[in-house]
Design a protein around this ligand. Structure first.
Ligand code: NI
Length: 267
């Protein structure tokens, strides 16, 4: 079954039909979903989803867009919530220089990225990174942490080229691949997918954003992931079933194995 590693079902875009949509996941082949916190408000909304749906897990953290709003209390809250039995990663955390151009903003984002990487290490959880127009600084911080020992991680919505991909893959990290891989102009990402071993890829939507072809521009949901699997399959010359099975296995090993050792379905 499809393992969706990065969704935002707490987003307002799902207010009209969230329950109905989530109820249809299993019958449509989506077996597990990680809801990634984005904003500070998203922390409690993600916990509500984790508690309500057996197949929803959580990535706990605050997005770089909200870095300037993070306080000591917020970090304490992230740490506390990361001990929830269905918290499987610290995320989404990282750097976004596309929307934030000021040097001072970059400094705050870096500090908060590091503070949350510290929590990931101390709580023995993988990290889930958002990085946009900040290739060099993200790589520097991730490398610094991985060198000193981390519990794996996903570079979500990977958007850089093969050279940067190689650095992360050599560190044993995973790349999150979503709707962009189906876009005609996504030459760079297609090259990355061709280059990366399937054992280091995971499927994700980032929904409600980034719907794949043929639904590009519409609200996205995990139900579109077969299109992403198909695109990866075509690049790699294998079947979509194999892509789904291997990426599910990758995500289980990375996100579930350490945290939920008593579920026989996991290993
Ligand atoms: Ni996201």
């Amino acid at each position: 079954m499809i393992f969706e590693t990065h969704a935002h079902y707490d987003d307002d875009a799902f207010d009209e039909d969230r329950e109905e949509l989530l109820a249809s996941m299993i019958e449509n082949g989506v077996g597990r979903i990680v809801n990634a916190c984005a904003s500070i408000d998203g922390l409690s909304d993600t916990i509500v989803l984790m508690d309500r749906y057996p197949f929803i897990y959580g990535a706990i953290g605050v997005h770089p867009d909200d870095a300037d709003k993070i306080t000591r209390e917020t970090l304490d809250e992230i740490r506390r919530l990361s001990r929830h039995e269905k918290a499987v990663a610290i995320g989404e955390i990282g750097l976004d220089y596309y929307w934030h151009k000021e040097k001072e903003e970059h400094r705050i984002q870096q500090d908060m990225f590091r503070a949350q990487m510290d929590i990931a290490r101390e709580e023995k959880l993988p990290f889930m990174v958002h990085s946009r127009d900040a290739a060099e600084d993200t790589l520097k911080i991730v490398r610094e942490y991985v060198t000193e020992g981390m519990y794996g991680g996903i570079i979500h919505c990977f958007s850089y080229g093969k050279e940067i991909a190689r650095e992360y893959l050599n560190m044993g990290l995973h790349l999150g691949i979503g709707g962009v891989v189906t876009f005609k102009n996504a030459r760079k990402l297609k090259e990355v997918v061709e280059y990366a071993p399937l054992s280091q890829l995971v499927l994700e939507t980032d929904c409600p954003y980034l719907a794949p072809e043929p639904n590009r521009g519409k609200r996205n949901s995990s139900l579109n992931l077969p299109y992403v699997a198909q695109a990866i399959a075509e690049i790699k010359g294998i079947s979509a079933e194999e892509v789904i099975a291997v990426t599910e296995d990758n995500a289980k090993k990375l996100l579930l194995q350490n945290r939920l050792p008593f579920n026989p379905d996991i290993v």
